[in-house]
Design a protein around this ligand. Structure first.
Ligand SMILES: C[S@@+](CC[C@H](N)C(=O)[O-])C[C@H]1O[C@@H](n2cnc3c(N)ncnc32)[C@H](O)[C@@H]1O
Length: 166
């Protein structure tokens, strides 16, 4: 799959999405090599590099896939207001859920992640369709404060350190 994606100059997640299009969720779990966990406490040792970019606080695609499997159906609308490395839109693509994603970081290579600096005091998210599920993965504030401040300075957006989402 890596060879095919590179050859066709597409993201690996998109290549997988095309390959698995039309299959059931359970078939997709099987083809991706993920065991479907039927209990309700999940622990995943590693992020699957096929989905999402390396990013501070990145979460495993397997966690996203399980949440989608148990709490949504294909075609449902998902919102990720702090999408970071993009694992939620990638997994939604493969599992055929619609997704609207935002982040204050400008993601030049990920146009599906819209630039939006959410202000929890008075700013709604600019969604165009009511979501069926929201993944809310805010910064691990004290742990990653410096990294987010640095990202913010690099991008010339003053005030990220005050976003107050601890
Ligand atoms: C824990 S990370 C998300 C990681 C993501 N779930 C992943 O797996 O890659 C939190 C994200 O929130 C973003 N963020 C922080 N404050 C924000 C704000 N006020 N509005 C929008 N995005 C924000 C950061 O840029 C960062 O990418």
């Amino acid at each position: 799959m890596e060879y095919i994606a590179a050859h066709l100059q597409m993201d690996l997640a998109l290549a997988w999405a095309i390959r698995l299009q039309g299959k059931t969720d359970q078939e997709k779990f099987k083809d991706l090599g993920w065991g479907l966990r039927t209990w309700d406490q999940w622990y995943f040792n590693e992020c699957d590099d096929r989905f999402g970019d390396d990013w501070p606080g990145r979460i495993p695609a397997q966690l996203i896939a399980h949440t989608l499997y148990y709490f949504t159906k294909p075609g449902d609308q998902v919102l990720d207001p702090m999408a970071g490395g993009g694992v939620v839109p990638d997994t939604c693509l493969v599992f055929e859920r619609r997704c609207q994603a935002f982040d204050l970081a400008v993601r030049d290579k990920r146009p599906e992640i819209e630039h939006h600096h959410w202000d929890p005091q008075n700013d709604p998210w600019p969604v165009t369709r009511k979501p069926d599920l929201i993944f809310f993965d805010p910064p691990y504030y004290t742990k990653k404060q410096k990294a987010y401040e640095q990202t913010h300075k690099t991008r010339h957006h003053p005030g990220v350190s005050q976003c107050g989402l601890a």
